[in-house]
Ligand binder design. Structure first.
Ligand code: PA5
Length: 423
């Protein structure tokens, strides 16, 4: 369970004063009468998910592990960020035992595409193309290139090395997958892209990368209970949601999501999509930004400490690192670092976090929300997903906006299609 500490948040209103509003909104979520209610399938997914498909995901993941060195995950936005966040958080950035996962379909960069294609040319490859609409341009461009590569490299066997995760019936990708005989997995109609990491979108790549998806689902399901109470005293996700609204009333328009583990930088990217697309509408919302400390204390840290007071920080601390390292002694001590000899480097990381909190809070005057998760396991990732899902749903509904649509994302596409000459 994620712990919440609001003692450093400088809140000028009492969170509990919002209890009545929270109860009303929670009721509308549970009863399915809230704005965007056709996209709240994530709420009951831990109970409703398709067991037969789940077993197929596990079997497919095993097949991928047995036959490939590299899994290409081809998708963008909600069809990309979640699986990458989970895989990197749990496996770290340089895993040695798991299959290598490479991401495509998330950029128009010709250099990136060319370099990946060159990198994989002599490797054993499986492709998981992920697109709910089945028509997203970045993904479609990369997938055509990958499909031709796979057909040239594997001939008839290519179709057994390509897996499509898409809508159950609609879209170009679904039609193509059926025609080519690819194994397919379904993105449910009632779960939007940025909530879809809990569906085959996330489950298949995570399982193929060696994550324990049973533990992930257990964390998610436990989160449904732990963050399911309308009573603010019993629900840290809802208290966090209300605290954000209070801070916005106090004039803070930017939320800086801070983590102290480089392998959680994609969690921050995933969180930015979840929060930015959900509440950034109706000319409302808090701009989600992120930083990885202590790395970014040597750059952005200056602004946080002394710059314009536009932001508050939401720190995601981790109690237990995946691996700890003891700092070695050196008899000569020429670098003068022996004062740390025998100490844990994770302890030093935590002291850096403590010192940063004091600096930003006491002399910087920056409000800090502190979230602490037990570790970086698949269970913790699943649990964290439900925490942020519940928080963003409530906080956006408090603004009167629909948390589950993203009309703004479509605008650039219209211009781009015109410029690209799409009919
Ligand atoms: O949240 C969203 O809806 C978007 O970010 C989509 O996930 C992204 O555009 C990819 O869409 P699709 O899965 O249809 O290819």
């Amino acid at each position: 369970m994620i712990k919440l500490d609001l003692n450093h948040a400088f809140l000028k209103e009492n969170v509990k004063d919002y209890q009545e509003e929270v109860c009303r909104i929670d009721e509308s979520l549970v009863q399915g009468t809230c704005k965007g209610n056709d996209f709240i399938g994530w709420l009951t997914w831990p109970q409703d998910y398709d067991r037969e498909e789940y077993a197929r995901i596990k079997a497919c993941a095993k097949r991928i592990q047995d036959m490939a060195d590299v899994l290409i995950v081809c998708g963008i936005g909600g069809s990309y960020l979640g699986p990458r966040a989970g895989i990197e958080m749990v496996n770290g950035l340089y895993p040695t035992k798991q299959i290598e996962v490479i991401y495509m379909g998330n950029t128009f960069s010709s250099t990136y595409i060319a370099q990946v294609m060159d990198y994989i040319k002599d490797k054993s490859v499986v492709v998981n193309v992920i697109s709910k609409s089945g028509t997203t341009t970045e993904t479609a461009i990369a997938f055509r290139i990958l499909k031709q590569f796979m057909e040239k490299k594997y001939g008839a066997e290519a179709s057994s090395r390509i897996i499509a995760t898409t809508d159950k019936a609609r879209g170009t990708l679904k039609t193509l997958a059926d025609k080519e005989g690819y194994e397919t997995f379904v993105i449910p109609d009632n779960i939007g892209g940025r909530f879809s990491v809990i569906t085959p979108v996330g489950l298949l790549p995570m399982a193929a990368a060696g994550l324990d998806i049973d533990a992930f689902m257990k964390g998610l399901s436990d989160g449904s209970g732990e963050y399911g109470d309308a009573d603010l005293d019993k629900n840290p996700a809802y208290r966090y949601a209300v605290a954000r609204r209070i801070l916005q009333h106090q004039g803070y328009d930017v939320e800086l999501f801070v983590e102290y583990e480089p392998q959680m930088q994609m969690v921050a990217e995933w969180w930015k999509q979840l929060f930015g697309e959900s509440e950034g509408k109706d000319e409302l919302g808090i701009l989600p930004d992120s930083a990885c400390f202590s790395t970014d204390l040597h750059s952005l840290g200056q602004f946080v400490q002394d710059g314009k007071k536009v932001l508050f920080e939401t720190n995601l601390y981790v109690d237990q690192p995946a691996i700890d390292v003891l700092f070695p002694n050196d008899d000569k001590n020429e670098d003068g670092m022996n004062y740390l000899a025998g100490k844990s480097i994770d302890w030093a990381n935590k002291m850096a976090a403590k010192g940063t909190l004091m600096a930003h809070e006491e002399t910087g005057g920056v409000p800090n929300i502190i979230l602490t998760m037990p570790g970086m396991s698949a269970y913790d990732f699943g649990n964290m997903c439900m925490f942020f899902f519940k928080a963003i749903a409530l906080t956006t509904l408090m603004n009167g906006s629909n948390p589950f649509n993203q009309p703004g994302v479509e605008v650039y596409k219209k211009n781009m299609f015109k410029l690209l000459g799409k009919e």
